[in-house]
Design a protein around this ligand. Structure first.
Ligand SMILES: Cc1ncc(COP(=O)(O)O)c(C=O)c1O
Length: 474
């Protein structure tokens, strides 16, 4: 069979057997699918040998590009020892080393924030403070499930009853498992599951372009925080924790929060003795220009969720970090059932932990964060430039995460009808021109691997701008 017959067969088999996530399969069945067979640096190659710039880091995970030698080698080396053993009742070498390294990195970033940051409720109770315990799982959603269950049970173990709910934001996205969906706020994804979800309180999204409170920043003086305080005031005794995507609500449409918002949330959580869960699944590991988004506003959360970039984008791994105070609340007599009854089969997988260790080493060796400054400047200059286009309503970024919001009418901010698939049309055009991107409705997402060269970044942005202009007719 020739290469083209083989490829055709792969396409047919994909359509016959695979149910793709977040994909209308009827559309998929009517299209010629792109099937990836190889990757190098910031490029991915399809089975016909066409290369695409990976404009969304293989769904926001890739940091150093594909086939990064150091990460490849670390996985191969670990494979010669063992691929997997369980963390339920056993330890494993890479998981231990990685936990130590993660705590060191997180605490280094906390040290900078410590002076600025008011004590958290656990600290007031005399706990040591700081994120120092690592609970492994294997994707962003499970990291969030773990965080929610930990926060909920923490209060129970401290003998505090009634804190049975969570506060989250409109437009929040924390994953697809039902706990994560309960604290989610993107109607298109989440509404259908309403009857299955636990009750949460939703606070306004800090979405300045479409302010729910019809105010304008900075004159608003962060009125969305006043709304949050109203919720806290009314029901602080019922709230176990507030969960937030620090600095940018990613899947909700790359919605960046105005300066001071995140810090304000931390202060309110402290004031009302509510735990703060920072979901850094999308923002962690350098995406925003600092190792963690919380650093931008000197915020130390009580619990932090990390995944995606943790392995450099190689393997499924996640962690939920907690303070000593939270961890200690789970200690007790075996018979008292204070044990945290949660764990997944592939928790702390040694291959994934080895990849993560290699990836974290590269941050130091390649001075990734230092090299981002110039790229962020290029991206921000480009965003200013595309804002001039007739159907670009708003542009937003937090470091190397950016969104371009397309509108049908710039004056009225009228969005394109969802059914028009305008974001997708732009993405298809970009794909025809060698760039892979995946939109969020009308928002074009730009989130390349952090290692992308300036030259490739400029090429990526050029294709996206051209695609927007062609598809929107300007
Ligand atoms: C902030 C945030 N939390 C959680 C998740 C869920 O992660 P996963 O897709 O690995 O379950 C995502 C995924 O995009 C995310 O952006």
């Amino acid at each position: 069979m020739g290469i083209f017959e083989d490829n055709k067969q792969l396409e047919d088999l994909d359509k016959k057997y695979i149910w793709h996530p977040f994909t209308q399969m009827r559309d998929w069945l009517g299209q010629k699918p792109i099937i990836i067979s190889e990757g190098r640096d910031c490029f991915i190659k399809d089975i016909y040998g066409r290369w695409y710039l990976d404009g969304v880091s293989s769904l926001w995970v890739n940091i150093f590009g594909h086939r990064k030698k150091e990460i490849d080698d670390a996985i191969k080396e670990q494979l010669d020892n063992i691929a997997h053993s369980t963390l339920l009742g056993l330890g494993n070498v890479p998981a231990i080393k990685l936990a130590e390294k993660l705590v060191q990195i997180v605490q280094k970033s906390e040290d900078k924030s410590q002076k600025e940051n008011p004590p958290t409720p656990p600290l007031e109770k005399g706990g040591k403070g700081g994120l120092c315990k690592v609970f492994y799982s294997d994707n962003g959603s499970t990291a969030v499930e773990v965080a929610l269950k930990m926060a909920f049970q923490y209060w129970k173990h401290r003998g505090v009853d009634g804190r049975n709910t969570f506060v989250s934001l409109n437009n929040a996205y924390h994953g697809d498992t039902l706990g994560a969906v309960s604290v989610g706020g993107v109607d298109i994804f989440h509404k259908a599951f309403g009857p299955l979800l636990f009750k949460t309180c939703k606070s306004p999204s800090p979405y300045c372009y479409r302010c729910e409170l019809k105010k304008k920043y900075p004159d608003c003086k962060l009125a969305c925080l006043d709304k949050l305080e109203e919720i806290f005031k009314a029901s602080s005794n019922e709230i176990a924790a507030m969960i937030i995507e620090p600095l940018i609500q990613a899947a909700g449409g790359m919605i960046t929060s105005p300066q001071g918002y995140l810090k304000g949330v931390r202060e309110l959580c402290t004031k009302y003795k509510i735990l703060l869960i920072a979901d850094e699944v999308a923002t962690g590991f350098g995406r925003t220009g600092k190792m963690f988004a919380c650093e931008h506003e000197d915020v130390i959360p009580d619990i932090m969720c990390l995944s995606k970039g943790i392995t450099g984008g190689y393997m499924a791994l996640a962690v939920t970090l907690a303070t000593d105070e939270i961890y200690n609340a789970f200690l007790g007599e075996f018979k008292n059932l204070k044990t945290f009854f949660h764990g997944h089969s592939y928790t702390g997988n040694p291959l994934a932990c080895a990849a993560a260790l290699a990836s974290l080493d590269l941050f130091g060796k390649e001075q990734v964060l230092e090299h981002l400054k110039g790229k962020i400047e290029i991206l921000e200059a480009w965003l200013k430039d595309v804002l001039v286009l007739q159907h670009v309503g708003d542009v937003r970024n937090a470091g190397m995460i950016a969104g371009v919001e397309l509108v049908s009418d710039k004056k009225t901010k009228e969005p394109y009808d969802w059914a028009e698939k305008m974001g997708w049309q732009v993405a298809y055009h970009a794909m025809e021109n060698g760039v892979f991107i995946r939109p969020l409705g009308n928002v074009i997402v730009i989130m390349p691997p952090l290692s992308i060269s300036e030259q490739n970044l400029i090429q990526l942005l050029k294709v996206i701008k051209d695609s927007i202009a062609v598809v929107t007719g300007n």
